[in-house]
Design a protein around this ligand. Sequence first.
Ligand SMILES: [Zn+2]
Length: 250
Amino acid sequence: MYVTTQGLVLRVCPYNDSDAMLTILTAKLGRVLAKVRGLRRKNSPMSAPCQLLALAEFTLFEYKDSYTVNEAHSVELFTPLRRDLQKLSLGTYFAQAAEIIAQEDMPNPELLSLILNSLYALSQMDMPEEKIKAVVELRLACLAGYTPDLYGCHSCGEPTPECFDISEGRLECARCRSGISGGIRMPVSAGILDAMRYICACHPKKLFSFDLPIESMQQLSSITEAYLCAQLERGFSTLDFYKSLFYQPL
Ligand SMILES: [Zn+2]
């Protein structure tokens, strides 16, 4: 049976001598594992649409629960991203995180749109990487079912508490801080808290319509990163690589 669907390539793995196995986030089928014959041969016509972070129109052939890419045509290759190792590695982190959250046979249009909008922003828009990263991490956490409780201090209701409890996903003021709970807390300013509330609640087309001074954007990005990793209970090799690119040893 043939299925035609748009999809974003999240991962490319070598397979057999000259084939490759792609993980594709598709519009119609959710996450799909699909074999591409001859992709690793020189001059394969599939090489552009089947590369990492390519958005393409795929015709997939399904047989006995496994897929083969029959045809693929590039829709968007995010070319400027590929000329900048730092941006490319951040995009690869988004792909790895999306792969973990996406499910097979379950289309997730919000997830696909989040990753595509973020790759577009990384590739074409002049905004801090920390901002795009923070939006992706916090929205991914929400899409995975871990929407944080940002109304106010979870204990007394104070609307602008000083801390965000990463493991519990809730706010806490210094007065109410319980010495018993061993959770990790990170300080949040009123501006960062407003940004977090905005990211969790905004329309998918308005994801980047907020602003913060760059230092606060960096703090926001540290908070969303710690939150996503804590909620998914894992780290990301792609994130480690991204951070290694600008880590300055003392
Ligand atoms: Zn309180």
